[in-house]
Design a protein around this ligand. Structure first.
Ligand code: ATP
Length: 491
């Protein structure tokens, strides 16, 4: 994790928020490369799960909602975590996370020497297990109290009970309260889904582990409504669609590069299920901090629509034409944390390897995720024609993709820099490309494309570049595209 955090800061992926003021606890800012990566993740989610499907639509709702939404949804009563306080140092912990922390121990068997003991393990000298505060090692912890995670604020100029509002702790509720608006305006038939990507806020007791758990984060949630009376392939529709979404989400992560061995499904036990859930399955990822939740896929039943109908007095049903009856749809909810996806894709892409006796750091991003698709590099920055040609190539390719120009180091260094941020291809302009006008030598108009992963190179005419990158960035494998280009050159 330290390696990733340092790379993120050094190369402009993620910065500590308000760093010049000492930082704001567990708040982060995405830098120039981080914002591209995050936007690519959101764009692909939207393209693959909304735009390309006939049964999906999207919305973009307000973060501040009517306060009754949170009464109806159960968040005011149930959206709590158990919190314990240290009586000595006053630090607070989530009761169910205390045993997952390394703990401080003053060991009586070694004259009270201080040790930091790995999470969950006993002291190797005296055999004691943690009973006191894991941080200071001295104070007793209080009994757990329930702490509501919603951020409270006030709408308008008067801070009074009547103007209390909450920052949404999940994006889901906007899809439920807009269910009828979307159904009527888009004339949809079950099953169909509504998606939304946006910010959520949770006043987490123990945020941490970089962007894994923060108090302000981004989610992409889908509420997929099904008719509970329907059967698909002999199974109740909600159970069938729950499994379909689990499989589709797993396939999506694999498609964009997460390795099979780093992904697993985790079924929630009965006593762990949220108050609205019939069944919940998490997709867990092997983060640098260990196996943890990347996203959750829940069967929320008809709980939310019924609750909002009860509290608002509005009917939130669907008219089943075949059976000539109104039904309250069940809903399957794939809920993904965009920031956790950023962390997972970065962790999975990160590789250190040795090339000719030197360490090479590479982010092997899927080309569609890579923040920069192509870097155009002049071999000699003192040759004006080379620099001019390189700028012209960048400007032309940048009409379609994120393309950068860099001439601030020697070519070997420039390649390494692009490897480290995951740029899949570099284009190098050299003397041969432009020729030498003083000597009356014409250039060949060709440039070198270098592949990040294999470091192999191929020379192609400048005017072929848009077509070549169309193939490569559109999913074409380097080996095939390069072999085809070699054949064309030989003809
Ligand atoms: P956790 O058990 O880790 O607190 P959760 O089960 O409460 O997460 P959900 O309510 O299912 O999370 O939210 C859906 C997704 O939103 C999570 O899988 C995660 O990717 C993301 N998420 C939730 N809380 C946070 C947070 N504090 N910071 C970053 N992402 C979060």
């Amino acid at each position: 994790m330290d390696t990733l955090v340092s790379l993120c800061k050094r190369r402009g992926f993620v910065f500590q928020s308000s760093e010049i003021y000492g930082g704001t606890g567990s708040c982060y800012d995405y830098g120039p490369l981080g914002v591209e990566l995050k936007q690519n993740i959101k764009r692909l989610l939207w393209r693959d799960f909304v735009q390309s499907r006939a049964d999906m639509v999207g919305i973009d709702a307000s973060i501040l909602m009517h306060p009754t939404v949170w009464k109806a949804s159960g968040h005011l009563d149930h959206f709590t975590d158990p919190m314990v306080d240290c009586r000595e140092c006053k630090l607070r912990f989530r009761a169910d996370h205390v045993d997952a922390l390394p703990w401080t121990h003053y060991c009586p068997a070694t004259k009270g020497n201080k040790f930091t003991i790995p999470a969950g393990e006993p002291c190797s000298h005296c055999g004691a297990r943690r009973t006191l505060c894991p941080d200071c090692g001295k104070g007793q912890l209080t009994a757990p109290r329930q702490f509501n995670l919603m951020f409270k604020t006030f709408m308008g100029p008067v801070e009074e009970d009547a103007s209390v509002a909450y920052l949404r702790p999940e994006t889901a509720q906007a899809m439920f309260v807009n269910f009828d608006n979307v159904l009527q305006s888009m004339r949809l038939k079950l099953p169909f889904g509504i998606a939304q990507a946006g910010r959520s806020f949770r006043n987490e007791i123990t945020p941490g582990n970089f962007i894994f758990r923060t108090r302000e984060f981004e989610q992409m949630e889908i509420e997929y409504f099904v008719n509970p009376r329907d059967a698909v392939e002999g199974r109740p529709a909600d159970e069938y669609w729950h499994d379909r979404w689990i499989a589709d989400c797993m396939a999506w992560f694999r498609r964009y590069g997460l390795r099979e061995e780093n992904l697993k499904l985790r079924e929630h036990d009965r006593d762990e299920l949220s108050h609205y859930s019939k069944r919940t399955v998490d997709i867990d990822y092997r983060f640098p901090i260990g196996w943890s939740e990347l996203m959750g896929i829940a069967n929320r039943t008809d709980f939310d629509l019924k609750q909002h109908s009860k509290f608002s007095g509005k009917s939130l049903t669907y008219f089943d034409e075949e059976r000539k009856e109104h039904v309250v749809p069940y809903v399957i909810e794939p809920a993904m944390g965009v920031d956790r996806a950023v962390l997972a894709f970065m962790a999975d892409a990160y590789v250190e390897e040795e090339v000719r006796g030197e360490k090479r750091v590479v982010l092997r991003f899927h080309p569609e995720l890579a923040p920069v698709k192509v870097a155009v590099l002049p071999l000699l920055k003192k040759r004006e024609e080379i620099v001019r040609a390189a700028h012209a190539i960048r400007a032309d390719l940048a009409k379609q993709w994120r393309v950068v120009y860099d001439d601030t180091a020697a070519i070997g260094r420039l390649y390494r820099r692009q490897d480290e941020v995951g740029t899949p291809y570099c284009v190098t302009v050299d003397v041969q490309t432009v020729g030498d006008s003083e000597k009356g030598e014409a250039g060949d108009g060709k440039v070198t494309i270098r592949d990040r992963d294999s470091m192999a190179q191929v020379r192609v005419p400048i005017d072929a570049l848009p077509g070549v990158f169309h193939d490569l960035l559109g999913g074409g494998a380097w080996a095939q595209v390069a072999a085809r280009l070699e054949r064309q050159i030989q003809k």
